[in-house]
Design a protein around this ligand. Structure first.
Ligand SMILES: [Zn+2]
Length: 456
């Protein structure tokens, strides 16, 4: 019965993809501020498709992607397939000339000011701009900060004699009083268990901190009494790619005035069943009101990601892993909520599934393949292992691993990666993405990649 249903579905989808349909641009009259854009859609591959008289290549699945150049002002495009016509008006705004750019000015204060973080997960940044890779820490609410200057939307935070950082003005509130006398670190207790190394630092008050993964794993407390440059430094010995101690996720937060640092022990796994009892969070990108990208044949990213995520759940459970899903149906789940689900489950891995798309200025016919994002160094080798098994087993192009500041890979306690399986708006990639057989193989390749990371 299920097979019959699938067969009917395939026939139905097959027919649907033969109908002449444009999925991007999403409306017939749009404004696009780019020197070029593209038409994404599907038509019957047997019919000739023309855009302003120019012949368009249609993939055997029916999908097409066609780049057009945009002049400033109004651009008219007529798409013709058989005797069906579709007209699009794309407005490209004219460049505004004149006006002088005035760079924001640094205002240094005569007297330092005292502030408290006013939200949870307030990012501390190394530069006064809202970009991803400059995040140094994510602070809880009520962390005291000394501020000595401001620039545009940011305050400058004093961490030491020469050490400064930046925080968004909207993430802090002024504090009347003298919070920022140096903190005292009076000691550190160990409370290891089978799963974690656990360190409890005793402080007399909260103070800014930073955790870095470089040559060593380092926790620093700033504005601390009786330490060189007011900085208390704790190094945890580990070595990437050696048997000593590989990072497998960690967390660090205040519990009252104590700071609790938990570093997951790299699991000793059975060679033949490396995933046994490993906790994994699987995240199907988008969902509910948020469809994500739309593929050439009209398929929504949220449905493709959910389908692959479910195959992955099945594959991982089969291999003995303990899986938590951030969503199991077509519902909307916030980004922070997804990370919380993984953290609460104490997942060692967080695997987020997506399909890729491109900005207007790119050419969808020139971008193909699998790419994997990580944020923390500790997840880089996982990303590389999974990319290798995916490209090998699926035959997708290697579109590289990349460090990227995406909500699902940063501020997580797990080893987190975000997989762009393939491009929804590339006709060839799209024809694979919508194929359930490919989705199943994709789940297997991801599971194999995680296993190879654990084995190496
Ligand atoms: Zn996505």
């Amino acid at each position: 019965m299920k097979k019959l249903f699938t067969l009917i579905l395939i026939i139905f989808l097959g027919q649907a993809s033969n109908a002449f349909d444009v999925v991007y641009p999403r409306k017939n009259i749009v404004t696009i501020n780019s020197p070029s854009t593209f038409f994404i859609g599907s038509s019957n591959p047997k019919d000739m498709l023309l855009v302003n008289g120019e012949k368009v290549k249609v993939h055997s699945s029916g999908g097409f992607a066609h780049v057009v150049v945009l002049d400033e002002g109004e651009n008219k495009f007529v798409l013709q397939c058989g005797d069906e016509l579709k007209t699009f008006i794309i407005n490209r705004p004219k460049k505004v000339t004149g006006g002088v750019y005035v760079p924001p000015k640094l205002i240094e204060y005569e007297h330092k000011k005292e502030f408290l973080t006013s939200i949870e997960n307030a990012p501390l940044r190394s530069t006064p701009v809202d970009v991803g890779i400059n995040r140094m820490s994510h602070f809880e609410k009520d962390i005291p900060l000394t501020i000595d200057a401001e620039l545009s939307n940011f305050y400058r935070v004093v961490l030491g004699e020469d050490k400064k950082a930046w925080i968004a003005k909207t993430n802090v509130k002024a504090f009347e009083g003298s919070l920022n006398s140096p903190a005292v670190v009076s000691g550190c207790d160990r409370a290891d268990n089978d799963e974690y190394f656990k360190f409890i630092f005793h402080l007399d008050k909260k103070t800014p901190y930073e955790i870095t993964e470089g040559e060593t794993f380092t926790l620093k407390f700033y504005n601390v009494k009786d330490c060189p440059d007011n900085t208390y430094i704790f190094n945890f010995p580990y070595k990437e790619n050696s048997g000593t101690q590989k990072l497998a996720g960690y967390s660090g937060n205040y519990d009252g005035n104590d700071f609790v640092l938990k570093i997951r022990k790299f699991p000793v796994t059975a060679k033949n069943k490396p995933l046994e009892n490993i906790k994994i969070a699987v995240d199907a990108g988008h969902g509910g009101s948020e469809a994500g990208a739309i593929g050439c044949c009209g398929d929504k990213e949220k449905d493709i990601t959910l389908s692959i995520a479910k195959y992955l759940e099945h594959e991982l459970k089969k291999r003995g892993a303990k899986v938590v899903m951030t969503r199991s149906d077509d519902s909307f789940v916030g980004l922070r909520e997804r990370v919380d689900i993984a953290n609460e489950n104490e997942s060692m891995f967080l695997i987020s599934i997506h399909g890729n798309s491109l900005p207007d200025s790119a050419n969808p016919n020139e971008h193909q393949g699998t790419s994997i994002y990580f944020y923390y160094n500790q997840a880089k080798s996982l990303a590389a292992n999974v990319l290798l098994t995916m490209t090998k087993q699926l035959g997708t192009q290697n579109d590289n691993i990349r460090q990227g500041s995406l909500a699902l890979v940063r501020n997580t306690n797990a080893l987190s990666i975000l997989i762009e399986v393939a491009y929804l708006i590339n006709p060839e990639d799209n024809s694979m993405l919508i194929d359930h057989h490919f989705q199943k193989r994709c789940a297997k390749a991801i599971a194999d990649g995680i296993e190879s990371f654990l084995r190496n």
